[in-house]
Ligand binder design. Structure first.
Ligand code: PLP
Length: 418
């Protein structure tokens, strides 16, 4: 008997399907702006110089073995990663209220964050899956909804992006926060919002935090781009640190995929800030004990290689300084490409803009992605006529643009719009 007879064919992942189309394309000026991975000015994957160095150090260290790591992860990584996001002088860390566990990159952190809340978030005890709502920005990273669904939560959109201004829908966002039930769980992109590149300003974050505090909302921070947004690690952690200083209940997912270029090594962390230290009710030790159970059930022990590389970088002053330079190299190349593209569209092609503020959004948006404002028909023309591979929502990865292809990208945007 065919025991898998009724297995339905699942749709392919949109981004990976796009990459497959790109690879098959024979056109010499083809460009891949779909994938969310940094490329250097030659369009090549970039191994950070500091990562090369760390790998050499590891390769020459004969004391390194291949034993299992502790369930929570490599201790020197775990303690350093929480300091990177909360700040070395964070009160929450000093008070032993931060629980950190090494995860399978940002995806694993999101998964455990959702799974932990599903089991233990007090306002949800005894509730059904439909009642366990996690609010996510509209739009958000394509995988968020799938991840939260898979751990027994119900993802629900909140207003975030205003397509008429190609910017933040601040007043609808704030209204939503005010009218959502008290103690709602709300996902926030800590910086470099994916896919829009639209982040709140510091003043806007303060307003957002104020309502979180008043309503007792829980902040589920996803921080996949620390350092990548502005080129400055502390700057990009500002919103998270502000929420911590306001004693808003929260967790933070971290990823070293983008900021250390360690995509395939799958290194990240989940940090939960407890209101108390130790093993009292609600204490950090109790939370940690449950995270260890989650980890044990899913992967037993986390992998070593990425953790060792990041641990070396975070714990060595010289390597850390070199990492910051590498991050600046990546962030500044992207910012430079934003400026080039903007100048070409405005000055050279005088391309009619899709929004009321001209093409300013190209330079104002933050991080790896730009939400161009192109509509689905225009995006289709970009792919079919320009051989420029991008998603139908108008998102382009700035990391895929370089000195050689920026003119072609601008020309195709111009043609697609006219
Ligand atoms: N969260 C956001 C918002 C992302 O954009 C990404 C990657 O694109 C991730 C999480 C997770 O990435 P990874 O699992 O590779 O760290």
């Amino acid at each position: 008997a065919d025991v898998f007879h009724s297995t339905p064919y699942a749709p392919p992942d949109a981004i990976f399907a796009l990459t497959a189309g790109y690879q098959q394309d024979k056109f010499d000026k083809k460009v891949n702006l779909g994938v969310g991975a940094y490329r250097d000015n030659e369009g090549k994957p970039f191994v950070l110089p500091v990562v090369r160095k760390a790998k050499q150090i590891l390769a020459s260290d004969d004391s390194i073995d291949h034993e299992y790591l502790p369930i929570a992860g490599l201790p020197s990584f775990v303690s350093a990663t929480s300091k990177l996001i909360f700040g070395a002088d964070s009160r929450a860390i000093k008070e032993d209220r931060v629980v950190t566990i090494q995860t399978i990159s940002g995806t694993g952190a999101n998964h455990y964050g959702g799974a932990f809340l599903q089991r233990f978030y007090e306002p949800w005890l005894g509730k059904s899956k439909e009642e366990k709502k996690i609010y996510v920005s509209n739009p958000t990273w394509a995988n968020h909804k799938a991840i939260f669904n898979s751990v027994g939560l119900t993802p629900v959109d909140y207003p975030y992006y205003d397509s008429s201004t190609i910017g933040l829908a601040l007043s609808s966002f704030l209204d939503f926060l005010r009218t959502a039930p008290a103690q709602s769980v709300i996902l926030l992109h800590a910086c470099a919002h994916n896919p829009t590149g639209v982040d709140p300003t510091r003043d806007e974050w303060k307003e957002i935090a104020k309502i979180f505090k008043e309503k007792g909302h829980f902040a589920f921070f996803d921080c996949a781009y620390q350092g990548f947004a502005s080129g400055d690690l502390d700057n990009d952690a500002w919103a998270v640190r502000h929420f911590v200083s306001e004693s808003i209940p929260l967790l933070v997912c971290q990823s070293y995929a983008k900021n250390a270029g360690l995509y395939g090594e799958r290194i990240g962390a989940l940090n939960i800030v407890a209101s108390h230290a130790g093993d009292v009710e609600g204490g950090a030790a109790r939370i940690k004990s449950q995270l260890l159970i989650l980890q044990r059930q899913e992967i037993s022990n986390p992998p070593t290689f990425g953790a060792r590389i990041v641990s070396l970088i975070l714990n060595d002053e010289k390597l850390f300084a070199e990492w910051k330079e590498d991050i600046e190299t990546m962030a500044h190349r992207i910012i430079a490409m934003r400026e080039r593209l903007h100048a070409l569209l405005v000055d050279k092609y005088k391309t009619p803009a899709p929004g009321p503020n001209g093409w300013d959004h190209v330079v104002k948006q933050i991080g790896m992605f730009t939400f161009t404002g192109l509509n689905p028909t225009q995006c289709k023309a970009m792919v079919e006529k320009g051989h420029i591979y991008m998603t139908a929502n108008g998102r382009i990865s700035m990391a895929g643009i370089n000195d050689k292809n920026v003119e072609w990208v601008a020309e195709c945007i111009d043609k697609a719009i006219r």
